[in-house]
Design a protein around this ligand. Structure first.
Ligand SMILES: [Fe+2]
Length: 221
């Protein structure tokens, strides 16, 4: 892997074009198998499959390799306090678009994570690209910590102190990968029409717990 500066701690995100992980049709095959497998799609989320258990990764060569490459790129950037959380496989289409609701409004996530979103089709402005604002993610740490347990109901994590022009649409071709800290304001773009599609894999990494008791139990299972 080439040396790539992600600068996530200062900019909040980094988009990398040019299919740096050399993805091809094999990842698409694995994607469809996972997307259509009840084991992963039975999760209450629309148009979404999820791999929760890292052990399942060995069944999917290309996905496993991609996960390793992404993780090592993040760790090479001195974000080494992170570990596997889960992987989402999502097909966003017009019918799930709700303009005034999360994740289609500017927000940060309640649980802070490092995420890597890989586009598996060419995503133009009509396909609902990820939008991100270039800011220091730590600016929003106090705001995040003060979110109430029922924040979701009132969409309390909506970001209101930025203008819509402060966000850039991250268009990209197949293989484009966006690394981001979920503390950087972001939203999913409008999905314009019935031909629009945003097919993605999202690798989610959590910050390792500083709590020794929690760590003890996590290591048991
Ligand atoms: Fe989010």
């Amino acid at each position: 892997m080439p040396d790539i500066q992600l600068n996530i701690s200062s900019d909040g995100y980094k988009k990398i074009d040019n299919n740096i992980f050399y993805l091809d049709n094999k990842i698409l095959e694995e994607y469809e198998n996972i997307y259509n497998d009840k084991k992963y799609s039975d999760n209450g989320y629309e148009n979404t499959s999820i791999i929760n258990d890292q052990k399942d990764l060995i069944k999917f060569n290309n996905l496993n390799k991609l996960n390793q490459n992404i993780l090592s790129l993040i760790k090479d950037n001195k974000l080494d306090n992170i570990e596997f959380d889960d992987i989402w496989f999502v097909k966003s289409v017009e019918s799930i678009y709700e303009p005034k609701k999360l994740p289609f409004i500017p927000h940060i996530d309640k649980v802070r994570k490092i995420k890597a979103m890989v586009y598996l089709n060419d995503v133009t402005i009509e396909d609902g690209p990820l939008y991100m604002a270039k800011v220091d993610p730590n600016n929003y740490e106090n705001f995040r910590k003060e979110l109430k347990p029922d924040y979701k109901k009132r969409q309390e994590n909506e970001i209101k102190n930025l203008k819509i022009e402060d966000y850039s649409p991250l268009n990209g071709n197949f293989g484009t990968t966006i690394f981001f800290d979920t503390n950087a304001p972001h939203f999913a773009g409008k999905i314009h029409n019935k031909n629009s599609l945003r097919k993605i894999i999202r690798f989610n990494f959590r910050f390792k717990s500083q709590n020794p008791i929690k760590n003890f139990f996590r290591n048991l299972f």
